[in-house]
Design a protein around this ligand. Structure first.
Ligand code: T3D
Length: 269
């Protein structure tokens, strides 16, 4: 069943929670209401055991054009001094909890990039675990064009995906890159023809949702930790994660299914 809020739509099917950013007239620009609704949907996804994968996409011809610039302008109107706008607070309260949850929820999060992803919209896709993109999609680190720096985690996540040199080029020049180029640089996991995106994204998400959710969640935790950790930290985190995964019913089911030469039926626990 599809739930329609003011700025997003959600639906759950086969263990996949699909969240569609839904302000197509502004290319799904991110405003205060969307921040509240998206954070709420991700909170539900985290708590609901029936949700075993999250799929994030956009309505219309774009994924997300980043911060709603009309809303920024209205903030200027309310307070004539740009210096007095508390950008740090805005990020801490609206953007950061969303990025934090995408990165820490112990379930796979997939971005189905259906069109342009700009500014924080691009950052949201980078925070996801996997990106599947339509051939006509694109990415633009638009921040520099409005005199801002990349946020929503992109200074780390973009670097992780493409390395320093390409990250610096994308952030400093702010040039739009096609999904094909993003795919070549490892930023996009899978590229499909536009018409195929919804079905291909659903198939990928449903496949992830049918896998051992605990093991995937613990893998995500270990990968996130490993980036800044020493080899000692990493080995210890892996040992902890493996001890936890090794106690799940899905681990047992995977081993038995292999030995019995049958398809495993993972339950997500
Ligand atoms: O604390 C804080 O808030 C700081 C946080 C900042 C985070 C950020 O994300 S900063 C970066 C903000 N985003 C941008 O600067 C991107 C602005 N948009 C664009 O550069 C272009 O629209 C795109 C490259 C994304 C797409 O270009 P194009 O030619 O395909 O579409 P368009 O014609 O520019 O846009 C279509 C409509 O969407 C248009 O409205 P109209 O004329 O049809 O009524 C345009 O104004 C609107 N739109 C697009 N992006 C935004 C937007 N409206 C509000 N905010 C937007 N970000």
């Amino acid at each position: 069943m599809t739930k329609e809020l003011a700025t997003i739509q959600t639906s759950v099917e086969s263990g996949v929670l699909t969240i569609t950013l839904n302000r197509p007239d502004s290319l799904n620009a991110f405003n205060e209401q969307m921040a509240v609704e998206l954070a709420g949907a991700l909170r539900v996804a985290e708590r609901d055991d029936g949700v075993r994968c999250v799929l994030l996409t956009g309505a219309g011809r774009a994924f997300c054009s980043g911060q709603d610039l009309a809303e920024i302008r209205s903030r200027y109107a309310a307070d004539a001094s740009a210096e007095q706008l508390d950008f740090a607070r805005h990020l801490r309260e609206k953007y950061n909890p969303i990025v934090q949850r995408i990165r820490t929820i112990e379930k796979p999060v997939v971005a189905a990039v259906n069109g342009v992803a700009a500014g924080a919209g691009a950052s949201f896709t980078f925070a996801c675990d996997l990106r599947i993109a339509a051939r006509s999609a694109s990415f633009v680190m638009a921040f520099v064009h409005v005199g801002l720096i990349p946020d929503s985690g992109a200074t780390l996540t973009l670097l992780q995906h493409v390395g320093y040199s390409k990250a610096a080029e994308l952030c400093m020049l702010g040039e739009k890159i096609s999904a094909e180029e993003a795919h070549r640089h490892g930023l996009v996991n899978k590229l499909v023809d536009d018409a195929e995106l919804p079905a291909a994204a659903r198939e990928l998400a449903a496949r992830l949702a049918s896998m051992p959710t605990r093991a995937i969640g613990l893998t995500k935790r270990a990968l996130n930790r490993a980036w800044t950790a020493t080899i000692e930290d990493t080995l210890e985190a892996e040992a902890y994660g493996q001890a936890t995964a090794g106690r799940t019913a899905d681990h047992r089911e995977g081993v038995l299914a292999f030995l019995e030469k049958r398809k495993p039926g993972f339950m997500g626990r």
